[in-house]
Design a protein around this ligand. Structure first.
Ligand code: NAD
Ligand code: APR
Length: 237
């Protein structure tokens, strides 16, 4: 029987929820940042310095999405959203589209999306599923060389923070899945939820940087512990 009887849930996910789908995480021993210097491909300065290097980095990750599929953890969170009668928000740091493909609807990509382009000239956003380069033309203003991946880089502000902070201020259950708790502001969400009086639980392969801030922690593979957690939560209603 679940010890939780929430009325409003916020779930935060990180790269770890997509790991078993075959999407590399960032800070695991064989993660992305062990192979590529984040300053070259995940900062505005890196994009100014060498835009083609950045386009190639995201082109590879974008084309890789065709090879991967949502896993049982993504599917479990979509089930929780459908079956939960209260308020529900899924905030992901991930830029892949696996939550959408698993059926999640009340979803916010705080670090942007791999399958979107942002025009630095006119500020428009567009679905983008193919390779992008300096020769790419903005579908709105027709400018060439002004498109960038619609991804939030180090030093930039994440998206939809007002919506996220409003949800954290009124939730009574905060669940963190598959994030190392290294990058702010996402790493601080657990404290905001606790301040609002929420129960807090971490579901992760191993203790994260902020594990001690959570009331409870369950460690294991997301495809095992997330469906189990959702099952208990729904059984306990
Ligand atoms: P930060 O201080 O939030 O995080 C910096 C992170 O960079 C640290 O957690 C550390 O783990 C990592 N880091 C430091 N040196 C590294 C290295 N050599 N290799 C790999 N990782 C390294 O960063 P910030 O500049 O304050 O960024 C905060 C903003 O940027 C936040 O809004 C965050 O959401 C956003 N952001 C987005 C992305 C992205 O790729 N989408 C990446 C990072 C941060
Ligand atoms: N099941 C559950 N957790 C897992 C699994 C798994 N199968 N595999 C890895 N993990 C955990 C790791 O233990 C780690 O704590 O997922 C976490 C992944 O952490 P990071 O690689 O740091 O990814 P994330 O926390 O999402 O990074 C935050 O940093 O570089 C930026 O924008 C980037 O959104 C990213 C942000």
């Amino acid at each position: 029987m679940s010890i939780y009887r929430p009325t409003s849930i916020v779930v935060l996910t990180g790269a770890g929820i997509s790991a078993e789908s075959g999407v590399d995480t960032f800070r695991d021993k064989d993660g992305i940042w062990a192979k590529v210097d984040y300053r070259d491909v995940a900062t505005p300065e890196g994009f100014t310095r060498d835009p083609e290097l950045v386009h190639e980095f995201y082109n590879q990750r974008r084309s890789g999405l065709a090879e991967v599929a949502p896993n049982a953890a993504h599917v479990a969170l979509a089930r929780l959203e459908r079956a939960f009668p209260g308020k529900f928000l899924l905030v992901t740091q991930n830029i892949d589209d696996l939550h959408e493909r698993a059926g999640s609807l009340r979803l916010t990509h705080m670090h942007g999306e791999l399958n979107k382009a942002l025009c630095a000239h006119c500020g428009s956003r567009h679905p983008w599923h193919s390779a992008m380069s300096r020769a790419s033309r903005c579908p709105s203003c027709q400018e060439i060389g002004q498109l960038r991946p619609d991804v939030v880089w180090f030093g930039e502000m994440p998206y939809r923070m007002d919506e996220i902070e409003e949800a954290l201020a009124s939730c009574d259950l905060f669940v963190s899945v598959g994030t190392s708790g290294n990058v702010y502001p996402a790493a601080g969400f657990v404290e905001q939820a606790r301040y609002a009086g929420a129960r807090t639980i971490e579901l992760n392969l191993e203790p994260s940087e902020g594990c001690g801030l959570f009331e409870q922690a369950i460690h294991g593979r997301a495809t095992e512990i997330v469906p189990e957690f959702v099952e208990h939560l729904l059984a306990g209603r």
